[in-house]
Write a new protein. Sequence first.
Length: 532
Amino acid sequence: MTNGRVNPSHRLEDQGIAGLGSVYYNLLEPALIEAALKRDEGTLGLGGTFLVSTGKHTGRSPKDKFVVRTPSVEDTIWWDNNKPMDPAKFDVLHADMLAHMKGRDYFVQDLYGGADAEHRLDVRVVTELAWHGLFIRHLLRRPSREDLDTFVPEFTIINCPSFKADPERHGCRSETVIAINLDKKLILIGNTAYAGENKKSVFTLLNYILPGKGVMAMHCSANHAIGNPADTAVFFGLSGTGKTTLSADPSRILIGDDEHGWSDKGTFNFEGGCYAKTINLSAEAEPEIYATCFKFGTVVENMVFDPETLELDFADNSITDNMRCAYPLDAISNASETSLGGQPKNVIMLTCDAYGVLPPIARLTPAQAMYHFLSGFTSKTPGTEVGVVEPTPTFSTCFGAPFMPRRPEVYGKLLQEKINATGATCWLVNTGWTGGAFGTGKRMPIKATRALLTAALDGSLNAVQFRKDPNFGFEVPVAVPGVDTQLLDPRQTWADKAAYDAQAQKLVNMFADNFAQYVPYIDDDVRAAAIG
């Protein structure tokens, strides 16, 4: 197998990683698929896709993620949210993993995290599985072949699914481990083949590095109007809230579906591809994403398929609800060629309310936006994390707590500064339940969500009549063309109005109890928004 380009002075042995079997640098997609097939890592699917199962781990393992606690990061890491690992234990883990790797073949991809050259992170990803190389090649950004000749990695990720950690010896929780050492600029991943750990590790790094440069790191999708990058919108939200689906609007240009930065110059995608959920995906509802499941090089992860015809079953969740496909941005016809946008004109916060209380859309003041951003209320959806089997209401600050190494107020204040500087309009959009809570009500109709978002983005929603929500104080449209008026008032969708009132009060109290932790760190206007 022919190697790709690599900086001759920065091979693995120059990083102290020696004694391996064959090492393949920067292979292109056909070679990675060929290697994965030879190694029996998966199946060649229709159109040249690669069908793979990740085994035991079909979602992230946040309880097995650690940050090495060194003096240089002691005062900047949010330790209540990030499990510490002793530096000495990390060194043992590192040595044991390198010993385990000896004699085995590995695949190296040298990639960028960030479309803005001023703020990008140069990352080397070393993978035991060839298809992991294919995956991360899609999800991060690819240097030119010439740039690889001088590529020097700032951070290195080593992903070794066959390595099992020893909790006592390595200072971790289980045989699975994701350990981040910011001093050594090294991330070690063991005993999980779930590919999402690779990309979220890079996101965590950028979430730590960029705020120190005054750049807002965001767990969001983003798009802009055709021919007008100045009309940019960002969509905050956890997995399952609709970031990918709602940003892939054929009438707008897709900047990216999951991770972005907001600098003084504008918006930029961290990634070079998309990692879309495929459960119940259809050609009618989401034609662009559906089509990627049959394009050459797309990684189709944890989907049931017919062993003879190779036809995919988008409804069968017997492996996981978190079935996904990973593909490069250029697989989407309306994707931005630069992955850059202007200053966000609209900021949308997506929530999946399993209580059935929140309206389908609400307009927020800047103070209310910071309140809901810090609250990060949503529902974890089945499969995205180990152990989540039904929608579970949760508060995930900044709509991405698992990937936030710094305290929430750092990101909250950055967002507040950006909104104040640009005058962006902020919206809260509920893609969760209406007519009752989970188990009684039904999911918000995506047609209605799309209509409301279109009206918000084209400015027409600002012209309709609004009412003040009695529970949260934000503004809710009374009537919007093309949307069932009853849907706009969630109380009216419940058969039992008293039950709605009780559920609403329960949710208000949950917000208040959760937000109490931030009160000492916030400004008076945000404190007032919290009180209502």
